[in-house]
Design a protein around this ligand. Sequence first.
Ligand SMILES: *[C@@H]1O[C@H](CO)[C@@H](O)[C@H](O)[C@H]1NC(C)=O
Ligand SMILES: *[C@@H]1O[C@H](CO)[C@@H](O)[C@H](O)[C@H]1NC(C)=O
Ligand SMILES: *[C@@H]1O[C@H](CO)[C@@H](O)[C@H](O)[C@H]1NC(C)=O
Ligand SMILES: *[C@@H]1O[C@H](CO)[C@@H](O)[C@H](O)[C@H]1NC(C)=O
Length: 402
Amino acid sequence: MQEFFFTLFMILNVVTPGLSSTTTTFNVLQYGAVGDGKTNDSPAFIKAWKDVCQSKSQISSLIIPAKRTFLLKPTTFRGPCKSNYTYIQLLGDIVAPKTKSEYSGFHTNTWLGFSYVNGLIISGKGTIDGRGSAWWQQPCIGNAQPGANCRPPTALTFYRCYRLQLKGFTSINPARSHMTLTTCKKGIITNLRLVAPGTSPNTDGIDISGSRDIQVLNSFIGTGDDCIAISAGSSKINIAGITCGPGHGISIGSLGTRGETDIVEDVHVKNCTLTETLTGVRIKTWQGGGGYARRISFEKIKFVRANNPIIIDQFYCPHRSDCQNKTQAIKVSDVTYKGIVGTSLTDKAINLSCDQNVGCSNLVFDHVYITSADPKQKVFSYCHNAHGTASNTKPSLQCLLK
Ligand SMILES: *[C@@H]1O[C@H](CO)[C@@H](O)[C@H](O)[C@H]1NC(C)=O
Ligand SMILES: *[C@@H]1O[C@H](CO)[C@@H](O)[C@H](O)[C@H]1NC(C)=O
Ligand SMILES: *[C@@H]1O[C@H](CO)[C@@H](O)[C@H](O)[C@H]1NC(C)=O
Ligand SMILES: *[C@@H]1O[C@H](CO)[C@@H](O)[C@H](O)[C@H]1NC(C)=O
């Protein structure tokens, strides 16, 4: 908490030198929330949110008290709010409805949605439990036809956020992703724990799309799909101090689905450990897309018994039979892999699978040492139309073209 106020103090001082900060505090219990884990507390939270959001102080704070469990139905917390910072102190726990039928009637693929809130801060030691296991077996509600509201809800969505800060809490067992950031700017995510079984389908940790200037730091993510996925329209994304696994590693993409033009640039991943993940660090693009992924770096990465540690795949095409090669592809360039060590469970430690026409250029490998998790086995590199340079790299990357 102290550290948080220090951060906030710094921000306020930087933004408005000399302005003293005022805080107005609200508590969900004042609005009739019960916190027994059984009562639907959504109406109370919505009432409280209205006041929090209307409050004109510099910091408007909502307390979700400790030692209680609040059951929330699908709920949207909408901005813009009047204070500079809307600070949710997540001290207690929040749980989702137990059954899928409790989601019917809500036109949303979100359990808890935050949209258009500037300066939103969610911080505290509470746990958000998406109770997703019912969805993992059978994603649809009732007898819904495929495509008709069939997508399990993401636990937390942040849409059009500016200066978002997420800190210290835990998210467990979401029906789909733990959280998505869509069209956000200047966010910082630190010290989170995102946990779901390795077998839970589509439970990405953090999905970032259309967003700029986002940092994800010092967090633990053990889940059933990508720990972090960065997709179309994202730039200036810094990821550091992430411990990932189980999960599918840290991914850029997939980009260029259905021939879209997608752009991702300036993504830096540093000081991360990936343990027993299904893939490690991966860039995946579909055939036929336009645009590019460029200026991407992976530095000081440690793999512990990871499968397929380093992948560039310009032929990405899962669950499809019509995987035609097209004349167009997303251009991949200026990708650096530096200071990477660890062990692989598969023999293809590095697979750079690039398109014939567009290809991948300026891939730079330096001090990359990947060995087999089984001391009796060897590991290999594979390239297809991949251009760049390698130094101090094992398995050797002689397949890389100039
Ligand atoms: C707080 O909000 C007011 C009104 O929107 C604005 O004038 C002021 O610059 C903001 N201060 C900070 C710290 O961003
Ligand atoms: C590296 O990441 C770990 C968490 O995995 C963190 O504790 C440590 O502070 C980070 N080190 C640096 C130099 O950022
Ligand atoms: C697409 O091109 C790649 C690389 O040349 C090749 O390995 C693959 O078989 C092709 N796929 C199809 C469906 O033609
Ligand atoms: C590398 O990845 C490509 C694209 O996913 C795949 O088709 C190919 O089989 C992989 N190569 C090896 C040698 O594993």
